[in-house]
Design a protein around this ligand. Structure first.
Ligand code: C2E
Ligand code: CA
Ligand code: CA
Ligand code: CA
Length: 279
């Protein structure tokens, strides 16, 4: 028993150090990924529930790792946050999304918004406002066609400073939205002060519709709250017709999810927009 106990310990120790080595290697890889052009963006369409048209697209980062293949952002965004690499990576995302949307506009597509996820570390940096302004200037994209997705926790970390940054971004003409709404801890008194245009209902509240009564109540309440505050409400993670019908019946403005499309490369996105515009 003693021997096997030791073996177990050695087994766990070896496995653990393996996991740590793994993370270190990933970190190291992350450091060079921008310069080595290993990132690309996938774009997921957002549809107006009534007209069925594409009103926006969310830019989602993808890392094509030379040895590991596609690494999920759920895996490397937290690492990028910890190391501060999110700042240059986030800037790359911002610029790529702006240039891409300008290219779609120049190709004659009807105008739609490109949404970019902003992480806490990136939002805290003073350079964010300058990065946004340069990305817009260099790409020539109209500011109203760029949206930044912020999370509640990010904004609540330092509310006064966040409100200041949000106002500066709004003054540039950029749109703001609150992502994963309902999973964070923003207060309603803070929410009413945010200069935002949209709330995104987190997919955790959409997943179990129509089976889960609480989730249905939460989704309905977020829609009603958003409308009372004059905000548009979009649901993410919509996978089934039943979810779509429920959200539509309760007045949700827009939807995003696998039911219509997964995140896709730029050319495919353009084709989806054209199809929905009735061309
Ligand atoms: P998020 O911002 O909540 O993005 C939505 C996630 O849900 C995306 O995962 C998307 O592919 C996925 N999704 C969309 N529709 C459906 C659906 O119908 N069903 C299901 N099950 N999933 C759906 P993804 O692309 O893996 O991104 C994960 C998270 O990584 C994002 O969550 C976001 O927090 C972060 N992320 C992605 N790209 C960026 C980026 O450029 N910058 C930053 N800071 N974070 C990013
Ligand atoms: Ca998002
Ligand atoms: Ca989410
Ligand atoms: Ca439940």
């Amino acid at each position: 028993a003693k021997a096997s106990g030791r073996n177990n310990f050695e087994f766990y120790a070896a496995e653990m150090s393996g996991a740590i080595r793994d993370e270190l290697a990933l970190r190291e890889g992350l450091r060079h990924a921008v310069a080595r052009s290993e990132f690309h963006l996938a774009y997921q369409p957002q549809l107006d529930m009534e007209s069925g048209r594409v009103t926006g697209v969310e830019a989602l980062i993808r890392w094509q790792h030379p040895e590991r293949g596609l690494v999920s952002p759920a895996q490397f965004i937290p690492l990028a946050e910890e190391t501060g690499l999110i700042v240059p990576i986030g800037e790359w995302v911002l610029r790529t999304a702006c240039f891409q949307n300008k290219a779609w506009q120049d190709a004659g597509l009807p105008p739609f918004i490109v949404s970019v996820n902003v992480s806490a570390r990136q939002f805290r940096e003073r350079t964010l406002i300058a990065q946004v302004s340069l990305a817009l200037r260099d790409s020539g994209l109209e500011p109203r066609l760029l949206e930044l997705e912020l999370t509640e926790s990010l904004v609540m970390e330092d509310l006064d400073k966040a409100l200041q940054s949000m106002k500066a971004l709004r003054a540039m003409g950029v749109q703001l939205s609150i992502d994963d709404f309902g999973t964070g801890y923003s207060s309603l008194s803070a929410l009413k002060r945010f200069p935002i245009a949209r709330l995104k209902i987190d997919q955790s509240f959409v997943r179990d519709i129509p089976g889960d009564e609480e989730d249905k109540a939460i989704a309905k309440t977020i829609i009603a709250l958003g409308h009372e505050l004059n905000l548009k409400v979009i649901a993410e993670g919509v996978e089934t017709e039943q979810q779509l019908e429920f959200l539509r019946a309760h007045g949700c403005d827009e939807m995003q999810g696998y039911l219509f499309s997964r995140p896709v490369p730029p050319a495919e996105l353009a084709a989806l927009v054209r199809m929905r515009a009735g061309e």
